[in-house]
Design a protein around this ligand. Sequence first.
Ligand code: UDX
Length: 459
Amino acid sequence: MEQKDVNGNKCHILLLPCPAQGHINPILQFGKRLASHNLLTTLVNTRFLSNSTKSEPGPVNIECISDGFDSGGMNAAPSRRAYFDRLESVGSETLFGLIESLRSRGRPAHVLVYDPFLPWAMNVAERSGLRSVAFFTQPCAVDTIYRHVWEGRIKVPVTEPVRLPGLPPLEPSDLPSFVTDSDPVVNPDLLPLLVNQHKNLDKADMMLINSIYELEHEEFDWMESRLPLPVKSIGPTVPSTYLDNRIPSDSHYGFNLYTPDTTPYLDWLDSKAPNSVIYVSFGSLSSLSPDQTNEIASGLIATNKSFIWVVRTSELAKLPANFTQENASRGLVVTWCDQLDVLAHVATGCFVTHCGWNSTMEGIALGVPMVGVPQWSDQPMNAKYVEDVWKVGVRAKTYGKDFVRGEEFKRCVEEVMDGERSGKIRENAARWCKLAKDSVSEGGSSDKCIKEFIHQCCK
Ligand code: UDX
């Protein structure tokens, strides 16, 4: 499906993520999918991230803009708000400059696919004469909540159960944490970032959501009914080799902000029986308290099962003393892994996850039953859907606000792997896994949406 402009230039799509692992991964994979349709795609990264990571040569080009913190990125900013303010002022100008420079280099851009965490990007697209398309990295259900806040239908903080159009009945504990959390330090910085995703949105050419229509069709239908623009599902953004149950030999599928551990964890998995290993990961940002880390460690030991636990380098000191050495015969602690390789491995029987949306989609797409231990942001709502809507796992019960005890951790893992409901959960997981694969196959719901995007935005 080749599209060219009046001067014969191939349609060129710029992809602008929020500079964080969970946002770069899906937009980059979407770019790869577009490249397979013979379109020119370019990931726009910050100078800091580009200089501090090794990018794999692939079908998606890489260009840089400045976030105003070229030598330290987000960690160099005095606060999140200060970071995003500066990213807006410096990023707008450098993005405009990049678009001009691409034009003068004979590679004019036609479409800007932007992360709505950066709503100012659509003004740059407008100023530069590009089409603009918002790429939402969280599920439609969560986007629906923020739409309700944006339209004034929900007053924050929510303290009572809610019944809202397009959504199942929800308890406050099921909602994104920023909507219920009255923490004065977190909310002033982060709630506006999430709600302002809807700022300018009506002026965009299209809204893309990294999800699958069938997973949340009522939410998609509601969103489409509220907006004057097409709303399209384009997920899962998991490379098709994994959906075909093949772990590619060169498994560098993304843009890693963390260096993968050199432990030969795939060889180790090869030595384990099918569905016998617990994989535990809390994504790229979550930071557990030392007490919570300790409870998970004791819960893991109590299951008596093999495990791989991702504990990022910055979190290692929270592990109980000698944990790694004492459990070496049945468990591995790695500082970062190629998560899709682990999830796609036949030995992996359970995914203990914080329910970040990428991890949740990856678990669904690869058919791995899950235990949700949500931490913040969209994660409680994703965990609610995992347990009650898609029924592909269970959500750990908390003691107090968000503390999960070791016994509860063990109970959940056993329920998912061997308990009464485990058969049904595995059956559901296999069903959604097939649906995920079908959705991006020729004629599937996401495949059709991707083709509509190309047809409408690259003409
Ligand atoms: C953040 C938010 O926390 C999340 O709730 C939101 O939906 C997206 O942005 P993060 O916490 O990093 O993301 O979680 P997640 O969305 O799951 O993304 C993590 C990504 O890192 C996944 O694509 C996962 O495959 C990858 N990963 C994680 C690895 O490749 N290796 C690891 O060892 C751990």
